[in-house]
Design a binder for this molecule. Structure first.
Ligand code: ADP
Length: 495
């Protein structure tokens, strides 16, 4: 009799990776699709065909049935004359069906056990991660039943409020008693309002915990269950560190704003002193000299000269004050379409007296006619006077060196520009960046504001200002502003 290689009936299976049914080439063939679908029941089998002829090999097939369903077929090959009886085939089929059914159940059980273990592990990991996240984020979750007023929270939630973690639920009064009196009524009202409107919760309040004020942010969404009970599911987060940081930031911001206000007031006051004290001193000196000359007869020429200079100085002081007033109004330039060269010529008239006193030769090449720009006339004049005065001042200590100031106007690529080149001591190239900084000065009496104001004005006119050293000695200051119909211009100016 041939061997029926029915699957080995060990239980439970030795390894989940080992499929006993596929160990060897099976003589038992079982339809896998049928196996997948089968609900097993035991006890009935039916034999297949029986051999009729004793001379040739005989194949006998028997259906495998379990749970009243056909689950496969077993085929056996017999040597000639050795065919099994129908009864023994039936016994074989019943036991094979039973074995297969057990194996199948075992496999299914194992798969389910593994699935459940994985699900449990995932659930445990998620739960642990949630606790960790809540601890790291200093947050807890809660459920608040709006009908009973009771809340249930996570461990971290209880910790945030200092509630005993063994408490099953927290009642409304216990929760509100934690809120500091200044916030309590507001929060009770807000919550009542959210409940009545069935609106989401989103508010912040302070609690007192161990004598310390903590900031709690609360957010929640409403869920109404099948019996009509409404429950808020939400999160409470301890945002104390964030609030403290914001408070410190705000305080620093306010301090900075106050310091800046103070600094700009100081800057303005200092610049007024700087720019106006010189012409006022000159006025005082001029008036005193004129009075002295009037005491003696025949000094009309000197008196006239003194009065002329006083007029110049007054004009300068007035123009400077006008410009500073404009700066004080937030550096808002009073822009108008002007002939810039005409404004420059007027401004240069103001430096003539000083240039003469400092024995400086001024070469001004300002022969352009009608160059149109949109600018604040007084501010532009202030820049011109400032740059010229700086040059004259620089050359006042020149000793035997040539004292020349070359002032020129030019137009270049949609811009009007001016250059002030002197033969003074110049400046060290390391200081080039600092020259335009407010309060940078190398002079004993200097305020270091002139160039800062010039730069502010030129930038407000969408222009550029720069400095470089002159050859063989001295300094060159240059500014450019856009011409009226320059495509580079885009009004209103920024800053
Ligand atoms: P202040 O004249 O009060 O010092 P400024 O802002 O006008 O302030 O100038 C800042 C500094 O730039 C001056 O102290 C000086 O060192 C330098 N500076 C300005 N103009 C010249 C110049 N023409 N030649 C050399 N150095 C200059």
């Amino acid at each position: 009799m041939g061997t029926a290689a029915v699957a080995e009936s060990t239980w439970p299976p030795r390894s989940h990776r080992e499929d006993p049914l596929s160990k060897q080439k099976p003589l038992v063939s079982i339809d896998p699709e049928l196996l997948e679908e089968t609900e097993f029941s035991f006890g009935r089998s039916s034999a297949g065909q029986t051999p009729t002829d004793g001379s040739s090999p005989v194949v006998m097939s028997v259906a495998l049935e379990a749970f009243e369903r056909r689950i496969g077929l077993i085929s056996l090959e017999f040597a000639p004359g050795h065919a099994a009886s129908k009864a023994s085939m039936e016994v074989l089929a019943a036991s094979a069906a039973q074995t297969v059914a057990y194996l199948r159940l075992g496999q299914r059980f194992e798969v389910e056990t593994r699935g459940r273990a994985t699900a449990e592990r995932t659930l445990r990991e998620t739960h642990n991660a949630m606790i960790k996240h809540q601890q790291v984020g200093r947050m807890g979750d809660f459920r608040f039943n709006t009908r009973t007023g009771e809340s249930y929270g996570s461990l971290e939630c209880y910790k945030l409020f200092g509630f005993d973690p063994r408490l099953a639920e927290i009642d409304f009064g216990e929760w509100t008693s934690k809120i500091i009196p200044e916030d309590r009524q507001r929060i009770i009202d807000t919550l009542a309002d959210c409940v009545s409107r069935q609106a989401p919760l989103k508010f912040e309040y302070r609690i007192e915990l161990n004598g310390e004020i903590r900031y709690i942010a609360c957010e929640g969404a409403l869920d109404i269950d099948h019996v009509g009970d409404s429950t808020y599911y939400g999160v409470v987060t301890d945002v104390t560190d964030r609030r403290r940081y914001e408070e410190r930031l705000n305080a620093a911001r306010q301090e900075l704003a106050a310091a800046l206000r103070f600094a700009s007031l100081g800057e303005l006051a200092a610049s007024i002193i700087h720019e106006v004290s010189q012409p006022i001193t000159a006025l005082h000196v001029g008036a005193a000299a004129a009075l002295r000359w009037l005491d003696a007869p025949g000094n009309e020429t000197e008196v006239r000269e003194a009065l002329r200079r006083m007029t110049e100085d007054t004009a300068r002081a007035t123009s400077v004050i006008g410009g500073l007033r404009a700066l004080a109004r937030g550096a808002e330039a009073q822009l108008a379409e002007i002939d810039i060269v005409e404004a420059v010529r007027e401004a240069l008239m103001l430096i003539g007296g000083r240039a003469a006193r400092e024995r400086v030769s001024v070469f001004a090449s300002v022969d352009y006619a009608n160059i149109r720009v949109r600018a604040d006339r007084v501010q532009m004049q202030q820049v011109v006077v400032n740059l010229a005065n700086n040059a004259l001042e620089a050359m006042s200590e020149n000793g035997q060196h040539v004292r020349e100031l070359h002032i020129s106007c030019f137009t270049e690529a949609d811009h009007f520009g001016m250059r002030f080149a002197d033969t003074g001591p110049g400046f060290a190239s390391d200081n080039l960046q600092k020259l335009f900084d407010p309060l940078y000065s190398t002079k004993a009496e200097g305020m270091g504001l002139g160039l800062a104001i010039c730069r502010k004005i030129i930038l407000a006119h969408q222009g550029e200002i720069s400095a470089r050293t002159n050859e063989p000695r001295g300094a060159i200051f240059e500014f450019k502003i856009p011409l009226l119909d320059s495509p580079a211009i885009s009004w209103p100016p920024i800053g």
